[in-house]
Ligand binder design. Structure first.
Ligand code: G4P
Ligand code: NA
Ligand code: NA
Length: 191
């Protein structure tokens, strides 16, 4: 998506070998007009699927997930993160390890918000190692809901998340695909 790639080129900052900082429009300050355009793009790409619910994880997934929910006119549910959970009544839970933050979290969704009649679109800000998405897929299976696909704003194609989802034949739509960082510059993947 050219609008997004241009914004990443203009305002993104490459940190070290594999991190892109986008806190001026996505991860801290949020550009509502850009989010709206991203939501419409997710809708355009998944409009052939019978989505009933958008699923994400707090906190950075919420903005693009809400934008998608507004385009689909479907509810958005975000999994909450906990350091640990003792009481798991009425919750679907999954363990998610963050390689970036080197810490584990339990993510949880109330059972009342996801069930066998749901057709789910997962939305997230970044697809890196794919651990967050794996956790949500686990929860969708527990709920006996149907996964229709995964939409991510920015995919770092050189990390293992995309390959993991491709191996499982899960449909992935990434609005910007990053092949590599070279000398602090973002190299986009040609599709
Ligand atoms: P995953 O998101 O694919 O599971 O990969 P990973 O475990 O590597 O990512 C852990 C966290 O770091 C995730 O946020 C993810 O969105 C974020 N992240 C990964 N790569 C980048 C990057 O290049 N730039 C930025 N800005 N973030 C990145 P999270 O733990 O879910 O936290 P939150 O920010 O949503 O609270
Ligand atoms: Na995220
Ligand atoms: Na994040």
């Amino acid at each position: 998506m050219k609008l997004l790639e241009d914004r990443i080129k203009q305002d993104g900052q490459v940190l070290g070998a594999d991190v892109l900082k986008v806190d001026s429009f996505l991860n801290h300050q949020i550009d509502p007009d850009l989010m709206s355009a991203l939501g419409e793009e997710f809708h355009a790409r998944f409009k052939d699927t019978p989505i009933t619910k958008i699923l994400t994880v707090e906190s950075s997934g919420i903005a693009p997930a809400l934008a998608a929910g507004m385009a689909f006119h479907k509810p958005v549910v975000f999994a909450r993160k906990h350091k640990s959970l003792t009481l798991k009544d009425h919750l679907y839970t999954a363990e998610v390890y963050s390689f970036t933050k080197k810490s584990a979290n339990t993510i949880a969704i109330a059972t009342k918000f996801l069930g066998p009649d749901d057709h789910v679109l997962i939305i997230d800000d970044f697809l890196a190692n794919g651990q967050a998405v794996e956790g949500l897929i686990d929860i969708i299976a527990q709920a006996q809901a149907h996964l229709e696909g995964v939409g991510v704003v920015i995919e770092k194609s050189f990390q293992k998340g995309r390959a993991l989802l491709d191996q499982r034949h899960i449909r992935v739509e990434a609005l910007a695909r990053i092949a590599a960082f070279e000398d602090g510059q973002v190299i986009f993947k040609e599709d």
